[in-house]
Design a protein around this ligand. Structure first.
Ligand code: SF4
Ligand code: SF4
Length: 404
């Protein structure tokens, strides 16, 4: 009975992950892309949350979690990212498939090569545009591109990324996986004797008929019969090829796809080494969940405003000028109020738009206001500023009341 092939599963994973990368900028939550870094407002939109630059410890924490997830996955499954998920592999597979089809359809026609080059150029621009969609929303990108107002940074990024991708798809392809990709090298450090490995079973070597099918299909030029090699990206093509050949002779394939190498006595994927990153992932995820749950809905920052000056009043009071920045981090518009507390016997008045302050979701609003204190204190001192939503205190800030 023919053994199952890995190719349909690998291709499904490859295309699903590539489509996910391609379509993620189009998915919107709360009016924003699922994942986008807005360089102008220095805000990262991440699955419905707007994280401003001051909160980048959350981004750092999330990046660390992903780093440990990659480490953990590599420890268990080796270079599975390269063979099953990496968009570079998927695009190269697609281009090779397209070239075969065009070769069949057009034969040695003079237009066959230009058509292949056109496809490579179109793919390169698609990849470069896709990258920019993580900074500029796709609809705005398209509008600006058609109007010629994309801007220097986005325009230069588009052309240079497209040029690099075109060069990679045209001249480098699999050599990138074999010798250039830094992530491929890093993965080798994480792999050990327990990692999922594809290998030629030496105990079954006598059944090999020397057809070389496994070598011909290998995208990185590995002859797996010579044992594990670092260039292997775990794609499983050699396993399929060997099964195809030997199944026709009513024999099972020779390749093994199991945890651990035969020479190392097999492997145990769950072990102290692999549990370490799993524990770190869990701890960091708990910290992130706690930090997200305790994020304040709004913030207020205050500094000196106007000319920064202080005025003494004829009635014995003093006025100071301030500028506050009120940020609404929630997903809905909010109406805030600002209050300041004075000391006993003092009258504190706020002059300016400090009531009914409307701030849209994920927006930051600048508010200029004046604080008048009567009578003026004998010396400069701190004042506590409160940001309220109804009667609920949202955030606090301190500012200095200067007295001349
Ligand atoms: S040796 Fe086999 S699994 Fe490794 S890259 Fe070549 S074809 Fe893929
Ligand atoms: S495909 Fe199988 S039978 Fe053919 S050379 Fe490779 S290991 Fe031997």
């Amino acid at each position: 009975m023919p053994q199952p092939r890995l190719a349909p599963k690998r291709q499904a994973v490859q295309w699903l992950s590539t489509l996910l990368l391609l379509l993620m900028p189009f998915v919107r939550v709360g009016g924003e892309s699922l994942l986008r870094l807005d360089a102008v407002s220095r805000t990262l939109y991440f699955f419905g949350a707007a994280i401003r630059i001051e909160e980048f410890y959350l981004v750092l924490l999330t990046s660390l979690i992903f780093l440990f997830i990659f480490l953990f996955v590599t420890m268990l499954f080796g270079r599975v990212w390269c063979g099953w998920f990496c968009p570079q592999s998927t695009l190269t597979d697609f281009l090779e498939w397209a070239e075969r089809r065009i070769g069949k359809a057009l034969g040695r026609s003079a237009i066959a090569k230009p058509v292949c080059h056109l496809i490579a150029v179109a793919l390169a621009f698609l990849v470069a545009s896709n990258l920019i969609w993580y900074f500029i929303p796709p609809t705005e990108y398209l509008r600006r591109l058609l109007a010629g107002t994309l801007g220097n940074v986005a325009g230069i990024s588009l052309v240079s990324v497209a040029f690099l991708v075109w060069g990679d798809l045209t001249f480098i392809r699999r050599y990138f996986c074999k010798a250039i990709c830094p992530y491929g090298r890093i993965q080798l450090l994480a792999m050990d004797v327990n990692t999922l490995t594809l290998e030629f079973d030496p105990d079954e070597a006598c059944r090999c008929i020397g057809c070389n099918s496994c070598v011909r299909v290998c995208p990185t030029g590995v002859d797996i019969r010579n044992g594990f090699q670092v260039e292997c990206i775990n794609c499983g093509r050699c396993l399929d090829a060997c099964r195809d050949v030997l199944n026709r002779l009513h024999q099972p394939g020779i390749m093994r796809y199991t945890f651990g190498r035969r020479a190392g006595g097999g492997g145990r994927p769950v072990n102290a080494r692999s549990l370490l990153p799993a524990t770190v992932i869990m701890v960091l995820s708990c910290i992130l969940a706690f930090a997200m749950a305790h994020r304040t809905e709004g913030t207020i920052k205050v500094g000196r405003g106007g000319d920064g000056g202080v005025r003494r009043l004829s009635d014995g009071g003093v006025v100071n000028f301030y500028t506050a920045y009120v940020e609404n981090r929630s997903r809905t518009p909010a109406v805030y109020g600002i209050r300041v507390e004075g000391a006993a016997g003092e009258k504190v008045e706020l002059l300016g738009p400090t009531n009914e302050l409307k701030v849209d979701a994920n927006e930051n609003r600048k508010v200029d206001f004046i604080v008048r204190v009567t009578p003026a204190p004998t010396s400069s001192r701190k004042l506590k500023l409160r940001l309220l939503r109804g009667a609920e205190r949202v955030a606090e800030a301190e500012m200095t009341l200067l007295v001349k």
